[in-house]
Design a binder for this molecule. Sequence first.
Ligand SMILES: O=C(O)[C@H]1O[C@H](OP(=O)(O)OP(=O)(O)OC[C@H]2O[C@@H](n3ccc(=O)[nH]c3=O)[C@H](O)[C@@H]2O)[C@H](O)[C@@H](O)[C@H]1O
Length: 432
Amino acid sequence: MSSSLEDELFPSTPGKFKIERSHAMNRQFHRCFASTSTMFLWALFLIALTASYLSFQSFIDSSSRYFSASWGGIQWEKQVRNSAQIHRSGGMSVLITGAAGFVGSHVSLALKKRGDGVVGIDNFNSYYDPSLKEARRSLLKTHDIFIVEGDINDNRLLDKLFDTVAFTHVMHLAAQAGVRYAMENPHSYVHSNIAGLVTLLEVCKSANPQPSIVWASSSSVYGLNDNVPFSELHRTDQPASLYAATKKAGEEITHTYNHIYGLSITGLRFFTVYGPWGRPDMAYFSFTRNILQGKPITIYRGKNGIDLARDFTYIDDIVKGCLGSLDTSGKSTGSGGKKRGLAPYRIFNLGNTSPVTVPTLVNILERHLKTKAKKKVVDMPGNGDVPFTHANISSAGRELGYKPTTNLQSGLNKFVRWYLSYYGYNRGKPVN
Ligand SMILES: O=C(O)[C@H]1O[C@H](OP(=O)(O)OP(=O)(O)OC[C@H]2O[C@@H](n3ccc(=O)[nH]c3=O)[C@H](O)[C@@H]2O)[C@H](O)[C@@H](O)[C@H]1O
């Protein structure tokens, strides 16, 4: 032991130093030995404690990762299979993208009610109030429809869904909607309407068996076409908005998958769909909200003071067109990514065939709401809008048995009744 260490361990005690020092050394030695072994045991104990804490922590982490993942696992697969179960002879199992959306939730319910199997997928994005999407999800849940939370750009999720269920059909309604929002967030249109579509088609073409695909195009593809009513044979190469351009691109993209891989494709050009559980970003919905709240509404007016007009189409009519399309879609011919023969490629207008001007839409709302709107009329900004839409639906009538039956007056009446009950209005005043 060096003196300095000795001095540290045995501080000098004047007068008794020598005798006491050897006793003291013995005692200290034992004490030191005892405390070293105790320390060693403590160290061992602490190491063991730390190791078990760390392994417990990693168990918690991995389990919470497992449990917080929005898809996957035995329970999840069971929910998917149950939801996809067919309850009628000759029924179909349909994967519905955008199932928590306006059209998606209505089509899901209609298919389920007639005994088809339905599995939804939706990314629940916040383009508009996600609580409305959640409410639609709850409604579908009461009818045993399961919506998988995920994005159509996630090919692993899509593969997993097709591994779990041999879907006979895909109803592809997930999209970035809205004509004017494309100027604010152009990339979201490319992400959902182009990249997402291609991801979905890639998975469908490789599936065995391949599903038949029905998907939502848009009346906006007619763009600057002024040949009325709009027929599927008219030109669609002059889109007025990026939204329209991505929907038109979708029509071309689906054509290539039909041509190369034998996927059965039906594209539906929806004309300004409205109704209960609708989209809050659309004019009829936001006008209703503002009128009830006493806020002004902005009415766009076309060139030379001409009123804008839309071929507003009620949701129940659109749902019938969607089901008619699924029922008549014909089979995809390919398997495992190889085409085995020609498959149907179809495009239909789904409109109402009776355009109504925006000021007339506002008048109808005022009557149903028993409240006058504070109107601000402005010239239509150059934001992608087209002056009017008007569908020729003879092709859908012939091939799908499509025959719209709801005019704007009665359709808006149903919408307003839903709106007042959903948002808890009592004589024009919100009750919650
Ligand atoms: O058929 C479609 O494929 C598209 O239909 C729908 O687009 P649009 O026909 O533009 O519907 P919507 O926004 O309700 O505007 C209606 C009218 O109100 C006018 N409008 C609008 C807002 C406003 O503040 N003021 C106004 O005058 C406006 O100028 C227009 O004249 C879907 O949103 C779209 O996703 C797509 O599906």
